[in-house]
Design a protein around this ligand. Structure first.
Ligand code: 13P
Ligand code: ZN
Length: 293
């Protein structure tokens, strides 16, 4: 290897040291801790990807193509020359909270979108490899770029309250599960007016779950994986957590009501319609006070 390349990939030059990433690592740490505390991340459960391309100059990104590369099963042409921060496979959210740098990895997609360079802080050691749900993360990240979406984050978690819901046969359809989730709390339709997508049980980490999930994200911000968990897209990791938190709340209200032996009433169609039809920017929670009187 030439001296020049060695300098480019030397630890001193490493992207892990980049100042702009400090805020990302802080947020990762905070959200990983919450996921663990909620019980939504048993063992190595859950993973995320963040498109961090915008934090780097073209020159800096060019240096990353000197790192070892791994072919992808599928080609992602729209992801060419994009850089992702991904949780490492097998890593625990409770460890992520204490030391995000040790538990994430950087993946830089090559010029044709057919392979990725693994940007390793210490090449050759046993540091993190990308999550086993990489095919789903890349497929969704590509879809977000195609849609010119401001969303940069994809988060997967084992949200207990939502998994429990998908164990009940009457909620294993998009229509039924959305009607229940919207009916349990007004915030749900307010913040997730497109509801959730529903994917029948599929083996994790496969191309088939990636393809099914991609379809779900055509019209939704959250997709439920039957008997497994859910995935969401958002501008930040914190917002991604919010999406799951709102849905978990609705689901919890349902189970709490059921635990009394009674059936919850739910919001009726008129109440839901009122929330939907409130003019944008004038939603009940954000309505500006009227000081004219
Ligand atoms: P990873 O540790 O490979 O991210 O897997 C966790 C998970 O939740 C798979 O669905
Ligand atoms: Zn999972």
């Amino acid at each position: 290897m030439s001296g020049k390349i060695e300098r480019q990939i030397s630890p001193a030059n490493d992207i892990f040291q980049k100042n702009e990433l400090a805020a990302e690592f802080l947020q990762i740490s905070a959200i990983a801790q919450i996921l663990w505390d909620r019980g939504w991340a048993e063992r190595n459960a859950g993973n995320f990807s963040i498109n961090v391309t915008g934090l780097f100059t073209t020159k800096e990104l060019d240096c990353l193509s000197f790192y070892p590369f791994f072919p992808l099963v599928k080609q992602y042409p729209d992801l060419a020359r994009t850089l992702f921060l991904l949780s490492g496979t097998g890593t625990r959210m409770r460890d992520m909270a204490n030391n995000p740098v040790e538990n994430v990895c950087f993946v830089y997609v090559n010029e044709s979108g057919s392979a990725y360079h693994l940007i390793d802080e210490n090449p050759g050691d046993t540091s993190a490899r990308p999550t086993s749900e990489l095919p789903t993360h890349l497929a969704i990240q590509q879809q977000l770029l195609q849609k010119k979406s401001p969303d940069k984050v994809v988060l997967h978690a084992h949200v207990t309250e939502l998994i429990a819901l998908t164990q009940l046969a009457q909620f294993t359809s998009e229509k039924a599960v959305n009607s229940l989730l919207w009916g349990m709390h007004p915030e749900t339709i307010l913040f997730l007016p497109d509801g959730v997508g529903f994917i029948p049980y599929t083996i994790p980490g496969t191309e088939s779950i990636a393809m099914a999930t991609l379809k779900g994200f055509e019209n939704h911000k959250v997709v439920l994986w039957e008997k497994h968990g859910c995935m969401t897209v958002a501008r930040t990791l914190s917002e991604a957590f919010d999406n799951l938190d709102i849905l978990a709340k609705s689901s919890k209200i349902y189970f709490l009501c059921k635990s009394t032996g009674q059936e919850p009433e739910g919001l009726n169609n008129l109440q839901l319609k009122e929330i939907r039809e409130y003019p944008p920017g004038e939603t009940p929670v954000f309505k500006k006070p009227d000081f004219s009187i």
